[in-house]
Design a protein around this ligand. Structure first.
Ligand code: GLV
Ligand code: MN
Ligand code: MN
Length: 438
């Protein structure tokens, strides 16, 4: 049975007023310069892969802004970065708020980074309004949410939450053969001046709550004229890596009947998977989007192919049943190649806690904003915080629903509305100690 969450003790009108639309936007645009590139349509995107010099530069910029207002930085063994606003009772479990700073290879200016900057803006607004909270608030930037350079995504939050051991991905390599473990070690060495904290919950004390702001990355809020998405949960995702091993041969001489062509077997496998994943209700999501061919020469028959599968659904049963049929389907479809299928990400659907969703709903209503309850189709670090503490997310509209694309856009006003809701939610969850006069 779900308990009715308690009503908030107080609101934080001064903090809401102290959220600065201009400051938050300027910071977003400053971050967007780190990894800036132009998409084919001329729009300004971001390519800031995790644990690269650009990622470090972005973190340093964030640390500079945070320490200037008195937040205390620390970093854990996965490179997760925390910026702590102290509570009047520092021994209480903190409220965490944040997201990630890495981007897709051809990503936008808002995915991830806005959640971190919104948390900073909200905390800065609380402090500028002279508001103290009994609980500490920690702004967090999780390492490698996107999984674009090192797969899978959400490594930082998974390790923090104890979902996977810290060294689980050491041997994962990027497109240039660099191991995640080596990139992480190099990163931590470069950040050696930052205080280190243990990985995971500190002193056995789980956070009091976790809140993540994010752009919607889909069209619903815009289409339905809403300001805020009260995120009710996240659908499940499974990632697989498929490797097919055939034999290279001369394109001009090898008869088709004698070939072990890895590309042809990949085509057969994907056709069979498309049939397996057919869903007349159009709820299921199935994507093959990364393909590597060796030797990748137009006049050599392909010896090897590696391709990725991203499979998502809101129902655990569908994810487990159809996900379990992926490997047999591929094996039945290929004719000549040796097959290896490795699951690299397994995130079942989660539901968020009313303690957070209702706080978001109350804040949106109190601020006169139009809000819609909705699930998330994208995965987020919040997914892995669910077993640890009451968690939830705040969405804002994405123009035309576009994301993982340089054209991704939310307006200064929209991101400010999101940060104002977060400021009120943090004030409530971190337990307002006192309100400034006036
Ligand atoms: C997150 O980036 C996702 O792919 O859902
Ligand atoms: Mn994201
Ligand atoms: Mn993303």
């Amino acid at each position: 049975m779900t308990e009715t969450p308690p009503a908030p003790k107080a609101t934080a009108p001064n903090a809401i007023a102290a959220v600065s639309e201009a400051r938050q936007w300027d910071r977003l645009m400053a971050m967007a310069k780190l990894g800036a590139f132009r998409g084919v349509d001329g729009s300004e995107g971001v390519n800031r892969a995790c644990l690269t010099p650009l990622d470090r530069e972005a973190r340093r910029l964030l640390i500079g802004w945070a320490t200037a207002i008195g937040l205390a930085p620390s970093i854990d063994a996965l490179g997760n970065l925390f910026l702590r606003h102290e509570g009047t009772e520092p021994g209480l479990a903190p409220v965490l708020a944040g997201s990630h700073m890495d981007s897709q290879p051809a990503g936008g200016r808002f995915d991830g980074i806005w959640g971190v900057l919104a948390a900073l803006e909200a905390v800065q607004a609380l402090r500028e309004a002279g508001i103290a909270t009994r609980r500490p608030i920690e702004v967090v930037a999780w390492t490698n949410e996107e999984g674009g350079r090192f797969a899978p995504g959400c490594m930082g939050s998974m390790a923090y939450a104890g979902n996977s051991p810290a060294d689980a991905w050491d041997a994962v390599v990027d497109g240039e053969g660099i191991r995640f473990g080596d990139a992480l070690r190099e990163h931590l060495a470069a950040e050696a001046d930052l205080p280190r904290r243990p990985l995971g919950v500190v002193g056995g004390q789980a956070p009091h709550a976790y809140v993540e702001c994010h752009i919607e990355q889909g069209p619903r809020l815009e289409t339905e004229g809403q300001d805020i998405g009260i995120v009710t949960g996240i659908q499940g995702s499974r990632w697989f890596l498929v490797e097919l091993l055939g034999a290279s041969a001369h394109a001009g001489t090898a008869p088709l009947s004698l070939r072990k062509d890895a590309v042809q077997d990949m085509v057969r496998a994907i056709a069979a998977l498309n049939a397996l994943m057919d869903d007349p209700t159009d709820v299921l999501r199935f994507t093959v989007a990364r393909i590597e061919v060796y030797p990748n020469s137009s006049n050599s028959v392909a010896e090897r192919v590696r391709f990725t599968i991203d499979f998502r659904h809101p129902a655990a049963k569908v994810l487990l049943d159809r996900g379990g049929r992926i490997e047999p389907t591929i094996r039945a479809a290929v004719r000549h190649c040796a097959v290896t299928v490795t699951e690299r990400f397994h995130a079942l659907p989660v539901e968020f806690d009313p303690m957070v969703t209702e706080a978001v709903a109350r804040a949106a209503t109190a601020q006169g904003l139009r809000a819609l309850r909705m699930p998330s189709g994208a995965f987020h670090d919040a997914q892995f915080m669910v077993p640890l503490c009451p968690s939830g997310m705040i969405f804002i509209p994405s123009r035309h629903g576009i994301s993982h694309n340089p054209a991704e856009y939310s307006s200064p006003e929209q991101v400010a509305k999101g940060a104002r809701v977060l400021a009120q939610v943090l004030a409530e969850l971190a337990d307002l100690a006192e309100l400034a006069e006036g």
